[in-house]
Design a protein. Sequence first.
Length: 255
Amino acid sequence: MNGSFGGRGVLVIGGGGIGSQVCRDLAAAGASVYFTYFSNAATAAELAAALPAGSCAGYAALDATDDAAVEHVVATATRELGGVDTLVVTAGHRHPLALFQETTAATAAGILNTELGGPMNAVRAALPAMVAAGFGRIVLVGSDSGKTGSVGDAASAAARGGLIAFAKSIARENAAADITVNVVCPGPTDTDLLAGMTAAEGLTGKVMNAVVRAVPKRRLGSVAEISGAVIYLAGADAGFVTGQAVSVSGGLTMQ
């Protein structure tokens, strides 16, 4: 993989957790990377410092639900990178699980705005330059819940399912322009977020532990394994792969 992304300008929306590994892997492969973070400036600074010398073009705080802020970040990244030909979006909303009838309309709207609206804002802002250039790679990180549904997380599953349908639509609209659009759908992955959810009391802990036990591989996925799928879909060998939702879930979802 070393050098395979040489000359590529990549914008990663959401540089924590899985996004952090994506930044590291892309930079190691020769890409120039600009990334965003939601709130943890110290962790973002650590990531930027850890990337190979010269590979980090910058980073910025971003709420992906703010379309004007997204447009500003895309413009900044385009300037700093000399162009954005690859967009990776890992937007996620942290919330405890609850049955839908116990979920307020405000909570559901916040989840939908973050996990579906955020990626839509990013794609809308980045797509015109890709169309003009006649090349682009877009990889959205969702969840297997978008295929299967999820007890206690109906709004998130709806957002993730919508993300898959959105990606397929944008892929159809732009395939002739050599722009591919795909979704990586992780299953239970070894992150701090999952650790907190499995340790939680009530429905959150009960559901998440049941999901972990249901994985046929009998283990959690690693962020490196999720990132590997992202790197493949953004890379030269996946130019004929578009409109796909790829599960990286240890067999939790099989199609």
